[in-house]
Design a protein around this ligand. Structure first.
Ligand code: 1DF
Ligand code: MN
Length: 350
């Protein structure tokens, strides 16, 4: 039926997976403690009651895989044809913690654990720095420390207690990203309490839908707040096909311009460019959990084939023969190599 999956570039390209998750035991234990004590928000409670405390076989296996940065993960990468995994601390990182000192401590430990793993497997792993946006100045320092540790990007798991990165208080984070020349990955998180009600009611709060709604909103807020006018070289990575922004771009752009012109909202300020410009100059989409040619080629058409990168979303959407789907895409060899390898090499400076 189809070819054998190997690493090493036998199809003319390496496969670099760019949204691959790990967890630390301390991180999960503290989330579960907050859940138990009723201090976690509804979304974190929904997500981690399932992954951390249910008897579901897929949930338990997922958590076991999250905790491993050693031989099991490497064996899974070998078996599924993944040459390099770009790793980050799983959602919600340390952003759900109510105690800021705890968040920083768990964050530093997670970054150190990841740095050690990257040192142990230098040809297989690339790391992204986790931060605790609860303290923006501290996060800026941790971004600089992460760059010194060899990390190639910064991971933020969407909102922090219902606050989004366009809030001016987070500017030190963007300053540090710009100074160190690293991309920002905005990954989903369970939607905040202010949004999640009708989603929970229908069982649609998680990766099935709620994640994409909240994270797409987050990305759009960053764009429309004018952050890329202040930091024109900054690159923002959004998973899951760009969290639907490419699909809606024509209408979003039309209505954004109409909204700005009408002065209907004081917060909606004119930007230097239209939204197409930012999507084609500052945003990168990854294909995590979306091994589907119509959606991926659409994102390439909208954003350019230099701006779409492969991701598996291991271990959440671990589909052992997934890359065969990509290998068989009906796109040019050149576009496929960009998608699977060279765009990630450029964005993460590998
Ligand atoms: C899920 C999916 C969970 C993704 C995640 O982190 C996650 C899930 C806790 O399926 O519940 O990162 N994801 O990126 O699609
Ligand atoms: Mn993910």
């Amino acid at each position: 039926m189809s070819h054998e999956l190997k690493t090493g570039g036998d199809r003319g390209y390496l496969r670099i997976a760019t949204e691959e998750a790990f967890a630390t035991q301390e991180q999960i234990d503290l989330i579960l403690k907050m859940v138990k004590e009723g201090r976690a928000d509804r979304g974190t409670t929904s997500l981690w009651t399932f992954y951390g405390a249910s008897n579901d076989e897929r949930a338990q296996l997922t958590t076991k895989r999250l905790l491993d940065l050693g031989e099991t993960r490497i064996a899974d990468m070998d078996a599924t044809g993944i040459d390099i995994a770009v790793l980050s601390l799983t959602s919600p990182g340390v952003q759900a913690y109510d105690d800021v000192d705890t968040a920083k401590r768990v964050c530093v430990d997670a970054n150190d654990i990841l740095a050690d793993a990257c040192k142990a497997y230098p040809t297989r792993y690339v790391g992204m720095t986790s931060i605790a946006p609860q303290d923006p100045e501290w996060s800026a320092q941790e971004i600089r420390r992460g760059a010194d540790l060899g990390f190639r990007g910064v991971m933020v798991n969407s909102h922090t207690h219902g606050e989004y990165l366009d809030n001016p208080k987070f500017d030190p984070i963007f300053r540090a990203l710009a100074d160190t020349g690293q991309p920002l990955y905005i990954h989903p998180s369970p939607p905040p309490d202010s949004m999640i009600g009708p989603m929970l009611e229908a069982g649609l709060d998680g990766a099935v839908y709620g994640f994409g709604v909240d994270t797409g909103l987050h990305g759009l807020r960053v764009i429309t707040s004018g952050i890329f006018d202040r930091y024109p070289d900054l690159q923002m990575i959004l998973g899951h096909g760009g969290e639907a922004l490419p699909y809606w771009l024509f209408r979003t752009n039309f209505m954004h311009q109409a909204g700005v012109r009408s002065k209907r909202y004081e917060c909606l300020k004119p930007l230097k460019h239209d939204l197409f410009h930012y999507m084609r100059n500052n945003v990168i989409a990854t294909t995590s959990g979306l091994a589907w040619e119509p959606a991926i080629t659409m994102a390439m058409n909208v954003m350019g084939d230099d701006r779409v990168m492969y991701a598996m979303d291991y271990p959440y959407q671990y589909i052992p023969d997934e890359v065969r789907t990509y290998d068989n895409f009906n796109i040019s060899d050149e576009a496929k190599k960009k998608l699977m390898q060279t765009n990630a090499e450029r964005i993460f400076k590998l």
